[in-house]
Design a protein around this ligand. Structure first.
Ligand SMILES: Cc1cc2nc3c(=O)[nH]c(=O)nc-3n(C[C@H](O)[C@H](O)[C@H](O)COP(=O)(O)OP(=O)(O)OC[C@H]3O[C@@H](n4cnc5c(N)ncnc54)[C@H](O)[C@@H]3O)c2cc1C
Ligand code: FES
Ligand code: FES
Length: 1345
């Protein structure tokens, strides 16, 4: 290979230190550079595509035009390293450290309990920090905007926001501002002052502790850089890599000449379009031209006719420019600007808006572009420049279609964009509908402009453009032409709808699917525009006292609701819990809202996750090769091409496994046959991750397709394809009862699957030792013992040679129980074969493709009931889509059936469940383990009964709820008293009944917007239905300085188990938590552990820690007795002198769970968690969007070990559940390929999805005798409460259908996406769209539930 010429020096600053890179690779990103070159691992990788914010850092730049220093947040994973020339980067490590001084942002996010697993925290911190650099006292709106691009999968966002709000200028620190009940007042009367018993508290943190924000303490912009940018280098800088050259000219002239020389070379600005395509399509561009140093591209010019914005301006800058111009000009001139601003407010997250340029946005011509439709209808023009001169072209349908004659020539660049002012009598609007309100690509967007002949309602000019309905923005030219001269009335509207549906036609097989929904949006948006304009015309006519103003059709007030958009509001709420007993000693931390032990380290980026472990000597990287076929015979695997690539060391196949290769029907590495797309076939081992990744593309696998190929539950039923026998529970006589009831209803429920989307993808580092076949495995898992055992079996070596270490896990949610074992085993085979340490880090796409998630469910029910709503019989049949191997599917089926009755006492029940075998990746454990899916069927029966009886669902729920001590369907006795209390408190705290009346009133007054309200009860069984899982061990050492090391079998997944364990140890040993430490979970310290799952981690491990501490204290008792005035240190010293062992193992032999499936009875669970949630939403019937107005949760946590952690678990699981039931949608191709493999395609809730008012309260004075200090495990239960949002949406939809006289009992489908809601709210627009015969086309995606 020829040697590239020497590169220029790349000079930039990181955290105040100068970085000079002489051999930079232009393909590298800032994220890799920070993590690998500078070892700044606080900045995390979670998606690599700009969609999650985990890698957020701040970039500061001296703006060449404004001469001001700009600080802006960026996602480091998309920032090309070469683009940083002359900038200063600040990472989470640069703003504070626990070793020196933490920054107020870091302190507050930790102390407000805004960190759980902590993986998202550095990104959150940096988004907030950047905001404060620009606005030391931001508004709440700015705070929401700043955090909109950061995802958190654990916390439910509320505490993060709370921490940010402490900096806001309009914050009074009160968490309950709008309810009129100030929490600060409550605190006073409710604090845990000695002498008061078990008061109610609403204070989870103490604001008084916070250090003030002092902007003068921040890192200054490096003076050297200031000088550098004030006298900018005009020379062209070049950086040569192995495959790519980065050229950064210093003048426009040079750029244009370079464009002549390299016409095919793209201009690289934000890299938010190029970067993701390079990654997803494996393309690369040998030459990249960077115009970052050319001031001409950032110039903004205002004239009396319009606004010209430099193509190099970022979308964030454009937003500010437009806002400023709107404030300066009369409204009639700013119609286009307002429409652009509206789209910019919901386009991506803040970081992407900071990076993406206007030029890049326009030239990319993405079909989903939010700005191009507005620019097109607004008659924007593109100012092009080349070495030959300048010219202007219109940004119109021809440009958007990419016609050669109307496009940029290869040697031209876009210099700026001219956007004319709107004129008198002209109206411009923009619309978009995405899966969720913010940070989501639109399904469809549109912009519309109409100009009327002066003083009339006759259309002089009309422009309509849509995004998301074709390969690029589609302009409805023909329709608009035909409508010229028409009056603005319903006749015109009807005609326009017909024309548009004809012109903007989407085939049934269209890319992205959702075809009927998109067609409906095409006309629904038009209807909104029609009403908006009509309203404006009427206002104008009234204003001008036009005599014939009555000629405009009247719009009833009921219809005006169509126009209003949902606004983004900052959530608020109160968290209520019972403070500790006043008799509890002050030093005893149990029951107090103690901050997560790692909270501050999460916030400073010093908390180490698996992939933050520094590179180990001789380490190699592994990347997996997966099947591209759903069911096929492997004919051959050709490795030679891959092995020849530079850096490639080996390819590991099934033949390399010395021991067992998984189970016969669940191979770790495929042998002969593949059962799904994404099944692991082999693994490339190379010197770097990039080399390994490139080599995977060169592994050639030939397949022979096999039959049958089954993806859907329906097909599995047809083929009798099941993973395990049917599970069944029965009580009473269902058939007989059906004979005697007043009515029966039958229905179907479809619940989609769910991706765990833990922020930290699966990762493992295997280090082979030199002696005795020993291996050290650092792994992100919920079950290190399972990894240890699996590796032992795979390598055929004894378990005692393998030590698994888990420091902390960046979110698990069930997804890191089973899968890490297989990955650990494959990596271990690689390590043993090559003799090198192996690091395996799944990228987000592979993680989502390979690992499976929550089981999709199809449920059929028949329910028999009396006219008063009393349910007499219920027969439910559930099928879950288990994927291609058994995994946990049998257990999930069992749990589903056991838990299906939820809170209801129904005398005659029959529950049946089957796990379907399909050719999809195996589904596995997921928070709630079948309960969230199954119970949706039960609750749907309730709403169906309510609809039939003409009663409200809450009445049916109440009527059929367990009320007295009773037995479940499997004959386990329990008392529903806390359930009833939760239910009543929830109704009371949420003012349910009065709000139900208000909702009805609202619905009467509004036709196009409807509100819905729902309250759901919950009885959730905790634990595993197998005795062997109810045990735990702990090891507690006291060292001679008095410090204590606690180790136990639980893993820190963000749920705060280590914090709780130290609270337990502190109470038992009667010493402060500051004496104690937990280092890691290690199979060498505590063997034979059970998975940290099923909500019982703290229960069982807490008892083991308690046991160990009690043993130690017993040993110390004689010494303490002898010297009662002594200190802890004195006693420990004396104990050592007296040869008393200061180390003890604690053990807890827990609950004896059993279940006899033949008899249908047992005692499978130690206890239940009860709860209730009430949610209110508002839906937009025209788009299917919804807004969460309020949620109130009451949960029975008994005596919480740590209310801050428990409330965090409830909120986090609720929001995760809300995602399951509303936005998280997995899409599969007809070939069984998962499409949704990134945060752009799979939408977990963002900060703007949190209910506007979100209250959580822990039920006071509740007790359970079985658990540690009478606490309860709350890890999973809140998940199901997310369904209250689903049922509130369903309630709103039902009210639409009632009003429109459409059948109220429709097929329930979860998630209740905008698509589902829109299509369920059938109206004239859904009626008018063309429908395709499903037999005539191949759909883009298939439903698998
Ligand atoms: C996570 C994420 C979320 C997003 N969400 C949305 C969304 O909700 N709505 C939406 O509309 N978009 C969204 N986008 C897309 C985003 O708006 C575009 O990617 C962005 O505007 C492109 O700008 P850029 O500067 O990054 O372009 P780059 O990636 O740097 O370049 C893109 C292309 O433009 C060309 N180019 C750039 N500047 C010029 C110029 N001056 N002259 C000639 N050619 C030029 C380049 O040659 C290149 O081919 C999202 C992107 C990401 C990564
Ligand atoms: S890792 Fe960079 S945005 Fe997700
Ligand atoms: S704390 Fe946010 S992802 Fe875990």
């Amino acid at each position: 290979m020829p040697c590239p010429p020497p590169s220029d020096e790349l000079v930039f600053f990181v955290n105040g230190r100068k970085v000079i890179e002489r051999n930079v690779d232009p393909e590298g990103t800032l994220l890799t550079f920070l993590r690998k070159n500078l070892r700044l691992t606080g900045t995390k990788y979670a998606c690599g595509g700009g969609g999650c914010g985990a890698c957020t850092v701040m970039v500061s730049k001296n703006d060449p035009v404004s001469k001001k220093i700009r600080h802006f947040s960026v996602t480091a994973c998309l920032v090309p390293i070469c683009s940083l020339y002359g900038t200063a980067v600040t990472t989470v490590e640069g703003i504070g450290s626990i070793k020196t001084r933490i920054h107020p942002v870091q302190e507050r996010i930790a102390k407000c309990h805004g960190t759980q697993c902590g993986f998202c925290t550095p990104g959150m911190v940096m988004s907030m920090y950047t905001l404060l650099r620009n606005h030391p006292q931001p508004s709440e709106e700015q705070l929401m905007e700043a955090l909109g691009g950061n995802l958190c999968r654990c916390s439910g966002y509320r505490p993060i926001l709370e921490s940010g709000r402490t900096f806001c200028m309009d914050s009074d620190g009160c968490q309950q501002k709008r309810t009129g009940q100030c929490c600060l007042d409550q605190e006073e009367s409710a604090s845990s002052t000695p002498g008061r018993r078990n008061e109610i508290s609403t204070k989870l943190f103490s604001k008084e502790e916070f250090q003030p924000l002092d902007p003068t303490q921040e890192l200054i912009f490096p003076p050297e850089l200031l000088r550098m940018t004030e006298n900018p280098e005009k020379r062209t800088l070049s950086f040569y890599g192995e495959r790519v050259t980065w050229i950064s000219p210093g003048t426009l002239k040079d750029l244009l000449q370079l464009k002549v020389k390299h016409p095919e070379a793209p201009l690289i600005l934000g890299n938010t379009s190029l970067g993701p395509t390079v990654k997803s399509q494996g393309q690369f561009h040998p030459i990249l031209l960077s115009p970052a140093r050319i001031p001409e591209l950032s110039v903004v010019t205002k004239t009396s006719e319009g606004l010209t914005i430099g193509a190099g301006c970022s979308l964030a800058q454009m937003k500010d420019i437009l806002a400023e111009r709107i404030s300066e000009l009369p409204e009639e001139k700013t119609q286009t600007y307002q429409a652009l601003l509206k789209q910019l407010q919901s386009l991506a997250g803040q970081q992407i808006r900071n990076m993406a340029s206007l030029g890049g946005h326009i030239v990319s011509r993405h079909c989903y572009s939010d700005l191009n439709p507005v620019l097109a209808v607004g008659n924007a023009a593109l100012n092009l420049v080349s070495a030959e001169g300048t010219r202007q072209i219109p940004l119109n349908e021809h440009f958007l279609a990419g016609l050669e004659s109307t496009d940029l020539k290869p040697e031209e660049i876009l210099e700026s964009v001219y956007i004319p002012h709107s004129r008198k009598g002209e109206f411009v609007s923009a619309f978009r509908q995405a899966q969720c309100q913010q940070n989501a690509l639109p399904h469809v967007n549109a912009s519309m402009r109409v100009l009327f002949k002066e003083g009339t309602d006759s259309v002089e000019d009309l422009s309509i453009a849509y995004g998301g309905v074709g390969t690029t923005t589609v302009c409805a030219q023909k329709s608009c032409q035909q409508l010229l001269g028409r009056r603005w009335n319903e006749l015109m509207l009807d005609e326009a709808c017909r024309l548009l549906l004809d012109e903007v036609s989407l085939p049934g097989s269209a890319l992205g699917g959702r075809v009927e929904f998109k067609r409906t949006l095409v006309v629904s948006f038009l209807f909104k525009f029609y009403l908006e304009v009509l309203q404006e015309l009427k206002k104008l006519a009234k204003l001008l006292s036009v005599p014939d103003s009555r000629r405009y059709p009247d719009i009833s007030d009921r219809f005006l609701s169509a126009i209003k958009d949902f606004s983004v509001t900052t959530p608020r709420g109160v968290q209520t819990y019972q403070s500790v007993d006043s008799c509890q000693p002050l030093r005893d931390p149990v029951g107090h809202p103690i901050m997560h032990l790692s909270g501050l380290k999460h916030a400073t980026g010093e908390a180490m996750f698996c992939d933050d472990i520094p590179v180990v000597d001789r380490e190699l990287f592994m990347v997996l090769v997966t099947s591209s076929r759903a069911h096929a015979k492997i004919i051959s695997i050709e490795l030679s091409e891959a092995l020849e690539l530079p850096g490639v060391v080996d390819v590991i196949t099934a033949e390399d496994i010395p021991g067992t290769n998984g189970a016969e029907d669940d191979r770790f590495l495929a042998v002969d046959e593949v059962l799904c797309v994404g099944q692991i076939i082999c693994a490339v081992v190379a010197e770097t991750d990039i080399q390994a990744k490139r080599a995977t593309e060169k592994v050639k696998i030939t397949y022979e397709d096999l039959e049958p190929v089954i993806f859907t539950i329906q097909d599995a039923i047809k083929h009798n394809s099941f993973l395990c026998p049917e599970k069944k529970l029965e009580k009473g006589n269902v058939e007989e009862a059906f004979e005697k009831v007043d009515q029966t209803v039958e229905g179907e429920v479809h619940v989609g699957g769910q991706e765990h989307f833990y922020m930290e993808t699966q990762r493992v580092l295997v280090i082979p030792k030199t002696e005795d076949k020993e291996l050290d495995i650092f792994v992100s898992t919920q079950d290190p013992t399972h990894v240890q055992k699996t590796v032992s079996a795979t390598l055929n070596i004894p378990i005692n040679r393998i030590t698994c270490h888990v420091k902390r896990v960046g979110g698990g949610f069930g997804g890191k129980v089973g899968r890490p074992a297989a990955l650990g085993a494959i990596a271990a085979v690689g390590a043993v074969k090559t003799g090198h340490p192996i690091r395996l880090v799944l990228d987000r796409e592979d993680d989502m493709l390979i690992t499976g998630g929550r089981h999709p469910l199809f449920g059929k029910y028949k329910v028999g009931f009396m006219n008063n709503g009393r349910i007499k019989a219920l027969d439910v049949e559930c099928y879950i889509n288990g994927g291609c191997t058994l995994d946990d599917s049998e257990m999930v089926t069992e749990f589903l059936i056991l838990k299906l009755e939820n809170a209801y006492k129904i005398r005659n029940l029959r529950f049946r469940g089957r796990a379907c075998r399909t050719n999809l990746p195996s589904n596995t454990a997921f928070r709630g383990f079948g309960f969230p899916q199954g119970t949706l069927v039960t609750e749907s029966c309730i709403t169906a009964v309510a609809a039939r009886c003409g009663l409200l669902p809450e009445k049916i729920r109440e009527k059929n709820m367990y009320k007295t001590v009773d037995k479940t369907i499997y004959k386990q006795a329990f008392s529903p008293e806390p359930l009833i209390r939760c239910w009543n408190e929830c109704l009371d705290k949420s003012s349910f009944h009065s709000r139900r009346t208000q909702v009805d009133e609202f619905n009467k007054k509004n036709y196009w917007k409807k509100k819905g309200i729902a309250v759901v009860p919950m009885k959730f069984s905790v634990g595993f239905a197998a005795t062997s899982y109810h045990q735990a061990a702990a090891l507690v050492h006291i060292y001679t300085d008095g410090s204590v090391l606690v180790t136990h079998g639980g893993n820190e997944l963000g749920q705060g188990i280590h914090t709780k364990m130290l609270q337990v140890a502190s109470r038992e040993l009667k010493i402060p938590m500051s004496y104690m430490h937990i280092c890691e979970t290690s199979t060498a310290a505590v063997p034979n552990t059970i998975a940290t799952a099923a909500s019982i981690g703290a229960d069982v491990n807490g008892r083991a820690v308690q046991n160990a501490c009690q043993i130690l204290l017993k040993r110390l008792e004689p010494i303490i007795k002898k010297n009662p005035e002594g200190t802890w240190e004195d006693w420990i010293e004396a104990a050592f002198e007296q040869r008393i062992s200061l180390s003890a193992t604690g053990y807890f032999r827990g609950y004896k769970a059993f279940m006899d499936w033949d008899k249908g009875e047992g005692d499978p669970f130690p206890y239940y968690v009860y709860g209730a949630a009430c949610s209110e939403v508002e839906i937009d019937c025209l788009t299917g969007a919804h807004k969460k107005i309020r949620t109130d949760i009451v949960m029975d946590a008994c005596c919480s070990l740590n209310p801050a952690i428990d409330i965090g678990q409830i909120e986090g699981s609720f929001i995760q559940g809300m995602g399951l039931y509303t936005t998280e949608e997995l899409k599969y191709s007809p070939e069984g390929i998962l499409y949704s493999r990134s945060p752009n395609e799979y939408k977990i809730p963002t900060i703007t999805d949190v209910p506007e008012e979100f209250n959580v309260s822990l039920l006071p004075s509740s007790q359970t005798p079985l658990t540690i200090y009478s606490s309860k495990g709350l890890g999973e239960s809140g998940m199901f409460l997310g369904s209250s949002v689903f049922f509130a949406i369903a309630d709103a939809v039902a009210s639409v259908r009632r009003e429109r006289d459409i059948a109220e009992d429709f097929t329930v489908q979860s998630p209740a996406t905008p698509e589902w809601v829109r299509m369920a709210c059938a109206d004239q627009f859904t009626e008018m769209i063309p429908r395709d015969d499903p037999k005539t086309f191949k759909p883009w995606s298939i439903p698998i539930a």
